[in-house]
Design a protein around this ligand. Sequence first.
Ligand SMILES: NC(=O)c1ccc[n+]([C@@H]2O[C@H](COP(=O)([O-])OP(=O)(O)OC[C@H]3O[C@@H](n4cnc5c(N)ncnc54)[C@H](OP(=O)(O)O)[C@@H]3O)[C@@H](O)[C@H]2O)c1
Length: 268
Amino acid sequence: MNLPFVNELFSLEGSIAVVTGAGSGIGQAAAIALANFGAEVLLLGRTLEKLKKTENEISKAGGTSKCYKVDISNAEQVRSFFDSFKREYEQLDIFVSNAGYNVREDALNTTEEEFDGLINTNLKGAWRCLKYAGEIMKKQRSGNVVIVTSINGLHPTPNQAIYASTKFALQGLMQSLAATLAPYGVRVNSCAPGAVLTDLTKDIFSVKSVYDAKVAGIPLGFIGQPMDIGAVIASMASGAYRFMTGATILLDGGESLKSPMKMPDGNE
Ligand SMILES: NC(=O)c1ccc[n+]([C@@H]2O[C@H](COP(=O)([O-])OP(=O)(O)OC[C@H]3O[C@@H](n4cnc5c(N)ncnc54)[C@H](OP(=O)(O)O)[C@@H]3O)[C@@H](O)[C@H]2O)c1
């Protein structure tokens, strides 16, 4: 294997990365992967103890990271984080917009509070972070943004109506921002995970019948682990993807293919 070639394509050595929701699940895996690719990673979330665990994992592997208690649904906390970031750092190379949560409810039964909460975190929270990150990247004329959307932002399910709406909106925001920032050398893409085992899904997937039904609907035959998504996010920020912007990578084990898999012998 030509290791120098691979290293040159994928190395993030010397890069500064910010990841929201880095204390668990996909955000944690993305942060660990980015650090393993060589980036210094700033970890954002609401719970410092969770962020510290990510920081410890990164440190054990020889990487560098720092924790910041930031609630992305709070405009003042986000502004204050980026103000101090600009004082402390000269560049922002990678921004991963990952923080978000789910309400499993159809449109008819969603409450005002559930609706506002999802919009404020998943959409408005992501937008306000992207506004600051995008401004820095536009000015420096370089940078990479990866937005974590969802299979639900491409193929909605009835019982996650407003969650799916926020993820569809993020897909639109991603494409619009990609067009705005491409002339400045800034790439903006999204990663749309299918079913992944994290804190967000552990309650539903702890029910054996739900778990088995989900696995049965995934052609690859397994539910994803956070690093199945995190490693791809880190790759997307690397030079290997320098020609990709405004695009979505769907990581769902084939779940969205829907139709039964035909085997060469004609059996399903
Ligand atoms: N798991 C899946 O199957 C799946 C599938 C498709 C898409 N996704 C998406 O992947 C992303 C990560 O989810 P996950 O599955 O990894 O779940 P997770 O383990 O619950 O991670 C979400 C993280 O976001 C943080 N967070 C939540 N609200 C926040 C806020 N207002 N400000 C800052 N941080 C906040 C949480 O930490 P604190 O509570 O400590 O802040 C948590 O660490 C989400 O956007 C989700 O929609 C997940």
